[in-house]
Design a protein around this ligand. Sequence first.
Ligand SMILES: [Zn+2]
Length: 262
Amino acid sequence: MNPFPFDKLRANAFVYHILEFVKMLTEQELQRYKRQLMIPDWGEEGQERLKGSRVVVAGAGGLGSVVLTYLAVAGVGSIRIIDNDEVDLSNLNRQILHTDGNIGKAKVDSAREKLQALNPNVAIETVSDGIDEGNVYELVEDRLIIDALDNLEARLLLNKAALKANLPLFHGAVYGFEGRATTLIPGKTPCLRCLYKGSLSGEIPVVGATPGVIGCIQATEVIKYILGLGELLTNRLLAYDGLNMSFSEVKLKRDLNCEECQ
Ligand SMILES: [Zn+2]
C-alpha cells in the first residue's frame, strides 16, 4: 500500500495555486467575515492573507477539533488534516468535531464533513496516515504547522520538519485540567526538543474543556502569525491550571546542547 498519497497532495497543491490566484474576497465572504474585518489592522487585506494561507493540523482529536474549527471559521484558505485514527466512543467527551454517528469512521473524514459544513469556502485536505520519518517532510511541505498530537514521538518529528523547512510550530498539550501552549519559530525560539527530554505518550486523563482552552490559544496564535498582529507566545510557555483557574508563564530558553536545533 502506498503509505502516502502523493497524487492527492499534488492535486491539492494545484488547488492552492488557484487559491493564490483568486484570493480576492467575494461579497459573500465580506459578509461572512464582517465582524472580524472590523478588528483594527485586520481589514480585507488581512482576510485575503488568511484566505491565501496554508496550514497543516496534526491530530484531529481533542486539540485538533478546536484548532480546526476556529481556523476554518476564520477563513484560513487551505487546511490539511493528518490523523490515522477512527472515532471511538471514548473520544466523545472532548473531540467535539465527532459525534456518536461517526463511531468507526476515519477521524479525518468526520472532521472534514463538519468543517466543510461550518465553512464551505475553505479547502480541506485529509491524510489518513500516521506521521513517520519517511513522510513528515512531505506532509508538512511549506505549511504552518499545528501540533495537536498526543504523543511525543510524532511531535518531535513535526519539530524536525519545522526546523528543516524553517516553519513555525504551534504547540499545545493537555493533561486533566491542565494545559500548555507555546509558539516555536526556528532561529528565534527554542525548538520542541529543547523543551521535552522524556517521553509523554500513552492514554492520558482529560476533561474536554481543557483542549477547548488550549486549542483556542493555538488557533489565536496561528491567526496572529498570519496577520502579523499582536505579540506571539514566543520564548514563553503559557501554562493553564483549570482547577485553580490560573494562567502562568514560564520563560523559555534554547538548550545550547540541543541535538535538533544546533
Ligand atoms: Zn532545540
